[in-house]
Each structure stands twice: as C-alpha cells, then as structure tokens.
Design a protein around this ligand. Sequence first.
Ligand code: PLP
Length: 444
Amino acid sequence: MKYVKPMINRIDFNLASKYGSPYKVQRIKSEIEGVSVNDLANEYGSPLFVFSQRQIEEKYNEFKEAFSSRYPKVQFWWSYKTNYLDAICKIFHKLGSKAEVVSEFEYQKARHLGVDGKDIIFNGPYKPKEALRVAVKEGAKIHIDHWYEINDLEEIADELGVEIPVAIRCNMDTGVYPAWSRFGFNIDNGEAYDAIKRIYEGKKLILTGLHSHIGTFMLSTEAYKNETIKLVQLKNRVEEDFGYKIEYIDVGGGFASKNRLKGVYQSPEVIVPSPDEYAEAIVNAIYENNKGDLPKLYLETGRALIDEAGYLLTSVFASKRLPDGKKSYIVDAGVNLLYTAFWYNFEIFLDKRYEGLNEPSQINGPLCMNIDIISENIMLPPLDRGSVLTIWPVGAYNVTQWMQFIRYRPRVLLIDKDSNVHIIREAENLEDIIKREQIPDFLK
Ligand SMILES: *Cc1c(COP(=O)(O)O)cnc(C)c1O
C-alpha cells in the first residue's frame, strides 16, 4: 500500500454535511464510450472537452419520440448558442434538426454549414438591418422582438418589393418567476395583440408564426402548459380577427438537463421532468385549446439535448492544505472553460480507485482569481499530480461561453459510435490570439 500522511478530520457520524455523505464511495469513470480517460488526456492533452455522438443521438431521439408520438407535426431547431461547434451542429442537422440562431454570426455559421435560409429561425433582440436584409432575401424565419424591428422589416419589404412572412416573439406570465419579460411582446397586457394588429395594418408583413422562449432550465411542465395555452389562444384570436393562417407555434427551449443546480438538494433524477412529461404538457395544451387547423409545433431545445453528452477532463496539478484543514486541489481547467460552474454542482469522477480515506476538499482552477472554483465542497481521497478528473455534464453553453483569459482554449473531441476519436476543435495557440492585434508604429 502507498504511504498516506495521517490526518485528523472531524466526522459527523452518518450526517450528510455540505460535503455530502462522509463515507461516500469514490465515484469513478475510467472511460468515455469505451476510450480510457487517461489515454485521452495523454494523447490529446489536458484539459480536454469530450463529446459522445451516441449520447447526443439517443437524447435527441428520446425527445423527438416523446413529441412526435403525440403530435403529427413536430420540428426541432438546434439552438446554436447552446453549442455551435460545427461537428455538433452537423450531428443535429443530420438527425433532422434545423437551425435556430440569435445573431448574425450564428446565422453565418449555419449558412457556412450548408443550412438553407428557409431552415433557419432568426431570433434575438439585436438584428442589425443588414443582417435582417440578408435573412429576408434568403427566406429565413424571422421572429420579431420589438417595435423597431417591425419598422425595419417594413422598410426592407419596400426596398425589395416583397411581402415578408414573419413570426413574433411573445412573453407572458407562466407562473415561474422571475418571468422573462424583456424579449418580445407581452401577451397578458395586450401588447402582442397590438403588435400583430400593427403588422396587419402595415400590409407589408404577414404573420405566420407565434414564438416564445420562457426561460432556461425550466423544471416546471406547468409553465410550458401555460405558455402553450396562451400562444394557442392568441393564435385563435388573430386568425379570427385578421384572417391570418398561423402555420406554427414555437414554444422555444429551456428544458432542464440532468445537471445539479446549486442550492437544490434533490437529485436531478427526481426533479427534472422527462421528455414525455414536457411533451404531454405542451401537446395537450394545443389539442385542448386549438381552433381550426393544427399548427406545426416547433421546439428550440438546446441544453437538454447536449449537456449530458459533454465531459471535461482535467488533471490535478498540485494540492495544498488550507488553513481550515480543507484540502485544495489545483487543476488545469477553471471557470474560464466552465462558465456554467457558477450555477451547477457538477459530478466529478475519478479515473481510478485511490488509496486512503475521503476528506473534505475543494477543486480550484488555474486562474489567479479567488472565484476560480470548480467544486467548493467535495469528499475526495488523496489524489496525485496527474490524476485525471472527469467533470460532467458540461455539454451545454461551456464551449460557447468559454473565455480566452490567461490561457488558451483546449481541444475538443468527439467520440463516434464506433469509439473512434475525432478532434473537432484544435487547441488555440499564441498565433490565434496575436494575429488580431496590431502595434502602432510609434511603439515599434
Ligand atoms: C437560448 C435559447 C434557446 C435554447 O435554450 P435552452 O435553455 O438551451 O434549451 C432557444 N430559443 C431561444 C430564443 C434562445 O435564446
């Protein structure tokens, strides 16, 4: 047996403390899709993001099945901002998902991947006029966020001499607070209806869809039911009042993944609704409230489809004993790579079984900043330099919101269904950073 320096820890018998249960077994993950995490870190470097094609496809098919077994006209639109790596978007597009973008950059990225304009939903509060013009010409589905955008689109309609099909984004009280009320037009106070009336009277745009995105990591199926009822009732009303034919209702994204929110102590297995439960709430609300032809149902699910398919491997670089007796590990991945660490208590797996007792520990990243904490309270056995930890689930939002702050962004891998490993994003280097910079002559 390896020598382990003795220590004294106060243990509260059988009481789960902020560290969890003191004798909790070691949680081990030695491979991802049949490939050893140690081999991955050795061969491709550490830290390292790893995605599983199998998990992405299984999750997508589970959601697809939940909705399309209940409703005849379902379409998923991949939320680019949740993860816009080319290879990840390609997987979703091959599965039948179209693209949902919220900026001209994302729009360009979808087009570069070969997505037709008509297969792109263009959302977001900031759509510069030039970007709108391109989207109109290419037939994208434009979801209007505010009154200025109505004017901009009418000007473009005049300019191009066309009538532009549009949808509007709506917000409403769904019983979940704080409500996301700053995007789109409010249904409850009549603003959404007024916007549609304005569109109707302008005679340059034609309303074909109604959209809302009520929030993210929504644990309440009731909120989706309320949202859908309000959208469908608005649809019925404007079809009757203005003779519109609303082709689709878009309920947005926001379904929760199996991640553990800070401050929520129940297991995600218990509190996160299943795809069937979300689908049941939304689809029933359409059937029970819709008048006339059934609209298509659009979903912009992001997080719930990709979070659990993403892992971050990180290696222990050093450890120290803090003044309060807690063990602190310094690892090579920090909040620069894990933006979602501010909200989630991730699962952290060891690469193998370690000798020695679990003790109260914290895991810190490599940044020179006090906030660089991956896990504040975790029971870990004594780990060596080079021990590989797997942080999970990290597939949603991290590889879009990561920062190039004092370190380069690392490689991203995809493991396919035959356990072949592919690099889908190369690590950054100095050249990537400095090629954008210029030194004024007087400083040369
Ligand atoms: C971010 C976003 C989504 C995806 O949300 P998730 O919580 O990741 O499912 C969908 N639609 C819009 C408009 C968004 O802004």
